[in-house]
Design a protein around this ligand. Structure first.
Ligand code: J2J
Length: 540
């Protein structure tokens, strides 16, 4: 097969040419990347989890052996494989094995359940689903049984740990076999979009574009062979993977430490034990860590950089980082679709505390526009549009949606409402997309509304954000019932039974006779958000 993957929107030729000439796209594949780092960093430790330590050489060898085993199962270039793994070294062995085969990982997150995984498998026609036996008290093999019943393309379920009725990943490591030649400008894997529509969107990322963002991010964060990065958030999330994340550390020859949980207990133990120098958290976790650090028994003095992103960090919490942890704070405003902004390590303190940073690249084109796509003045609030060397030009197989989510000249409509400072830093002021940001976990309102509309007692529904001191936002479903109003508990149980990830279950359910409408007849979510916020405030 030649050309790029069907359903993928490549960059126009003149842009691709420009990004190559500028040295952003260097023609390296993920497979080459690991081979090269194994040659350079050899016996240095690449990965550490609660059971194993792996050197660069071992990771490289194990990825090749697993690639051979996966090929023998019949997995081919461009086959999609849904990967749902916790923070364990197998995540990297699996991803690099698939990269080497040219098969395409679809990176699911640990909280995803039947509804999400089944959709990813069916939409991508995945041939395999790769899980761990158990994590956080949940048995993923049970979930896999349900997935196999629903997604007929899934021929293989591969399990890290005890396989149960499926195939043990461990049984697949085989003598390395010849690998296909891959095109670095083609899709390497899929990230998931936070989303704002009824069905989740998949984000195709190429070898060229993703590895550019990784290298440039590693430079911005001054990573080197002495860097030790703690993966506290889910390893597959774009932030922890690439900003600069575990891949940035592997690029620089440092060490990646995988914590199963983000709790201060577990994370602080790792920081002390492995002398962690950098880690990435979401704002609520940042607040929890700061609280715990005040009387922590562990020695956290190795920590040099705390990255915070995924949702808006309050200036009050930001201000406490240096005093409490004795390290530099970095705000990170990124998105799995591409654009990532960082405050720089040597930025003045007020920039670090009050802005969400500036783009990685001189070729990240950023526009802040009004409702009619006209640029607003510097300092004015508007919609953020962006295009650049690592920002996608379209979601996977989503032609109709792409026509709305991108401008005709290829700018991605981020749905974020921002203000740009004269120095080119962005401040996130709000959001236009129909999404709830629950402490960094994104919920597409329409997706949940559709599930609730399937309940016989629900006539109409709107899911909106309500303010929350800890998570920033939580979700509230405002439900218009049919004749017999359902009990809130009945609705949440209903959603759970539909196999929805727990973070998507509404935190609160309000019954009402009618949803307010705007003058064009759409549900007035702004009014609903105000109504629910007032209601919460009155109760104190
Ligand atoms: C306010 N909102 C933010 C921030 C993301 C690095 C860091 C984060 C993500 C991520 C990522 C924010 N302040 N600092 O992929 O590589 C909101 C915005 C954005 C959306 C993207 C990375 N940082 N956000 O969070 O794809 O609304 O990526 O558009 O999960 O999170 O979400 P996601």
């Amino acid at each position: 097969e030649t050309g790029t993957l069907a359903g993928f929107t490549p960059w126009p030729a003149d842009f691709a040419e420009r990004y190559r000439r500028a040295g952003y796209w260097i023609g390296e594949t993920f497979g080459d990347f690991l081979r090269d780092r194994a040659e350079r960093f050899g016996d240095r430790t690449a990965l550490v989890d609660d059971r194993r330590r792996l050197s660069y050489r071992e990771l490289d060898a194990r990825a090749s052996r697993l690639a051979a085993g996966l090929a023998r199962l019949g997995i081919k270039p461009r086959d999609r494989v849904v990967v749902q793994l916790p923070n364990i070294v197998e995540f990297f062995e699996v991803c690099f094995a698939l990269f080497r085969l040219g098969a395409l990982p679809v990176l699911a997150l640990p909280p995803h359940r039947r509804a999400e995984i089944s959709y990813f498998c069916q939409f991508t026609e995945a041939v395999a689903y790769i899980i761990a036996d158990k994590d956080g008290g949940f048995d993923y093999r049970k979930l896999a049984e349900e997935i196999q019943a629903e997604a007929s393309t899934v021929k293989h379920v591969l399990v890290a740990g005890e396989p149960g009725p499926f195939t043990a990943l461990e049984s697949l490591y085989d003598e390395p076999a010849p690998l296909p030649t891959l095109a670095p400008e083609d899709v390497a894997f899929f990230q998931l979009s936070g989303g704002s529509t009824g069905i989740p969107k998949l984000i195709p990322r190429t070898h060229d574009d993703y590895l550019y963002s990784v290298r440039a991010s590693a430079d911005i964060c001054a990573l080197d062979g002495d860097s030790v990065f703690l993966v506290a958030l889910p390893v597959a999330h774009n932030f922890t993977l690439s900003s600069p994340g575990s891949l940035g550390v592997l690029h620089a020859g440092g060490r990646v430490v995988l914590s199963r949980r983000p709790s201060p207990d577990e994370a602080f133990r790792w920081i002390e034990k492995e002398r962690v120098t950098v880690t990435a958290v979401v704002p609520p976790l940042c607040a929890v860590w700061l609280e715990a650090a005040r009387n922590a028994r562990q020695n956290l003095s190795s920590l040099r950089l705390l990255q915070v992103g995924g949702s808006k960090l309050s200036a009050e919490v930001a201000r406490r980082v240096r005093g409490t942890l004795g390290c530099t704070l970095q705000q990170v405003f990124g998105m799995a679709e591409g654009l990532v902004n960082y405050t720089r390590l040597d930025d003045p303190e007020d920039v670090i505390i009050e802005t969400q940073g500036r783009p990685i690249s001189a070729d990240d084109e950023v526009r802040v526009v009004d409702e009619d796509d006209r640029d607003v003045e510097v300092g004015q609030v508007g919609h953020l549009l962006t295009r650049g060397p690592y920002t996608i030009r379209g979601y996977y197989k989503a032609e109709a949606h792409n026509a709305k989510a991108f401008t005709r000249d290829g700018f991605y409509r981020t749905g974020d409402v921002v203000r740009r400072t004269p120095a080119g830093y962005l401040v996130v002021e709000g959001r236009a997309k129909d999404q709830i940001n629950r402490g960094g976990e994104k919920i597409a309102a329409e997706e949940i509304e559709n599930h609730l509309l399937a309940h016989p007692a629900v006539r109409d529904v709107a899911l909106v954000a309500m303010p929350d001191a800890f998570l920033g936002e939580r979700s509230c479903a405002v439900v218009v019932p049919r004749e017999t109003p359902p009990a809130p508990r009945e609705l949440t149980t209903f959603l759970r039974e539909r196999g929805l990830a727990a973070y998507k279950i509404p935190d609160r359910i309000e019954l009402t006779g009618d949803l307010p409408k705007t003058n064009v007849g759409k549900v007035d979510k702004q009014a609903l958000r105000r109504w629910i916020a007032d209601k919460i405030a009155q109760k104190g």
